[in-house]
Write a protein that binds this ligand. Structure first.
Ligand SMILES: [Zn+2]
Length: 565
């Protein structure tokens, strides 16, 4: 399955305007349906966006539990706090100025949460015991270090400062700093440490909201969005923290559906979307495993922004399909969906690389009943523009003189062959056939795999070809030709026409032939639809729902031979 989707993802990035929906990356064999994942880990900030400081605030709930998730995704609580506003800091010298924490000293005045402490010698049985001991000291806090409980005191910006404090305060312990996996929790807006968690690479700190007295399902604010579930802070290689939302898959799907389909659309379309999103998540669950989570929250996987945009309709769509997946022969399907097909979807192998039996192209009679916004679109290209676009993408072609398309059995683009003035062919297939002529720089937007390209008018450009090296090679652009003179020095040949250097000087060449452009120097590309054309058309789902079809009808129309349940 790897090739199919890996290929898709790279191209999708290059063509982001074309894609409105998940089209993503597995890397895993087909998963049995019998035990789909129940708890998912969604990366919110990671990689270059990983955070040195990340805060949380109760929305529904009161205070937080501290703990970690084991490999079976069971949460193990180790401690708790009644504070309702927490900030997690990577264990580093962190500077607080103007309410913000940074890992480099800002200009002006600031406070510091130093990453050097005095750890008291006495080990404690649990969080409560460590906290009781720590509370006897100014600046004391409970710490979970490598599976043991301690009370730590103070926060200093150097080992020497911590050692000085050890002596001056007459403490029985040692000056230390934790491992590069450590996360320190402070009360937001202060330097007051509530807890420190350092389990090396064995486990990451997880923070889970506690229910308030109403017992209502908890929700937590994080950077302007509300989320169900818990948060995990994973420092890959000792860097900043990947911030990960850990939650029930059904709650996750409630945060996906409203971002992948309008909540104003018919319920049956939303239900089809919910089952697609759930199946996608369960089948690609370890897509970001190396970063400590399953799926990211962006276009690369599925857009997810917590509960903010969840509407009654989208929640109902998730609840009425709870636990349902799309399967083929008992295995979870690899799911693709996209905005609109413009008339027909496509066989998976013609867009990506792998033929999957449930990803067969189908003629779509439904989209015509709805406004898709992309029922037709077109681009006009001169051969020079095509040449420039190919060259701008790194293809070292000469002037393109003709374009020859092939089409799939569904009538979508199958391949594009560009012939240049040297007679060389540049052939693009699969997703590349749909994306190669996309160029924002030239204002040429190819939105889908469903288009035709035809010549328009007569050829007006003639391109001379010069034969060199006894006719064994051709040169189309004399300015790019080089010749070796009698002194053995290569010099560019640029005399307004092709030439060669000879022992006695330079001789000008005459064109030996003129390339034919196949009838036109302008091509018109006419298309419809928006997306990669593999799997479910979202507008088609909307249309089918409006015509009275159920989500099962919709899914079985776009995914060949599947079961829903
Ligand atoms: Zn992703």
């Amino acid at each position: 399955m790897k090739n199919l989707l890996k290929r898709a993802s790279g191209l999708i990035l290059a063509l982001c305007l074309v894609l409105t929906a998940a089209a993503a990356l597995p890397g895993t064999p087909a998963r049995a349906y019998s035990n789909p994942v129940k708890t998912v880990k969604i990366g919110l900030y990671y990689g270059s966006d990983a955070m040195a400081a990340a805060n949380l605030q109760n929305y529904v709930g009161s205070g937080f539990s501290f703990g970690y998730y084991d490999p079976d995704r069971v949460f193990h609580q180790v401690g708790e706090t009644a504070e309702t506003k927490l900030t997690m800091l990577k264990d580093w010298n962190m500077y607080l100025s103007g309410g913000a924490y940074t890992d480099a000293a800002p200009s002006g005045s600031y406070d510091v949460v130093g990453c050097f402490h005095v750890r008291l010698s006495q080990s404690c049985g649990d969080f409560a015991a460590a906290k009781r001991l720590a509370d006897q000291y100014t600046g004391g806090f409970p710490a979970f270090h490598e599976g043991k409980w301690y009370a730590c005191v103070g926060s200093y910006t150097s080992q020497a400062a911590a050692e000085t404090a050890l002596v001056e305060r007459g403490l029985n312990g040692k000056a230390m700093t934790a491992s590069s996996g450590c996360v320190t929790v402070v009360a937001t807006g202060t330097t007051r440490i509530l807890f420190q968690f350092d389990y090396g690479t064995a486990a990451s700190l997880a923070v889970r909201p506690k229910a308030d007295s109403s017992g209502a399902k908890t929700q937590t604010w994080f950077k302007g969005y509300r989320y169900y579930g818990a948060f995990q802070y994973t420092r890959i290689g000792g860097g900043n923290m990947n911030v990960i939302n850990v939650l029930d898959i059904e709650d996750y799907i409630k945060g996906v559906v409203p971002y992948e389909m309008s909540s104003s659309w018919p319920l049956e379309a939303l239900k089809a979307q919910a089952v697609c999103a759930r199946t996608y998540a369960a089948s690609y669950v370890d897509h970001h495993a190396s970063q400590g989570f399953d799926l990211c929250c962006g276009d690369d996987c599925q857009v997810y922004r917590g509960t903010n945009n969840a509407a009654d309709n989208t929640n109902r769509a998730v609840e009425e399909t709870a636990g349902q997946y799309i399967t083929y022969n008992g295995s979870l399907c690899q799911i693709f969906y996209f905005s609109s097909d413009g008339g027909a979807t496509e066989d998976s192998e013609n867009v990506f690389t792998e033929a999957l039996p449930y990803l067969r192209g189908v003629e779509d009679p439904w989209e015509q009943y709805v406004y898709t916004g992309k029922a037709s679109w077109s681009c006009t290209y001169t051969l020079s523009e095509i040449t420039n676009i190919l060259q701008s993408k790194g293809y070292r072609c000469a002037q393109i003189v003709s374009v020859t398309p092939t089409y799939t059995r569904m009538g979508n683009i199958g391949s594009l062959k560009f012939t240049d003035a040297n007679g060389k062919n540049w052939v693009f297939t699969n997703y590349s056939a749909g994306s190669i002529l996309y160029s924002a720089a030239y204002g040429k937007y190819t939105y889908s795999m469903r288009f035709t390209i035809t010549p328009q008018g007569e050829l007006s450009v003639t391109v001379p070809i010069y034969y060199v090296n006894d006719g064994g090679e051709t040169v189309a652009e004399p300015a790019q030709a080089y010749a070796v003179g009698s002194g053995g020095v290569a010099e560019p040949v640029d005399l307004g026409g092709a030439a060669v250097l000879t022992g006695s000087g330079t001789e000008t060449l005459s064109p030996a032939s003129v390339a034919s452009g196949g009838g036109s120097d302008t091509y018109v590309l006419k298309g419809s639809g928006w997306g990669h054309n593999v799997g479910m058309s979202q507008y088609g789902a909307k249309a089918m729902a409006e015509q009275g079809y159920t989500y099962v009808d919709i899914l079985k129309f776009y995914f060949t031979g599947v079961d829903i349940g």
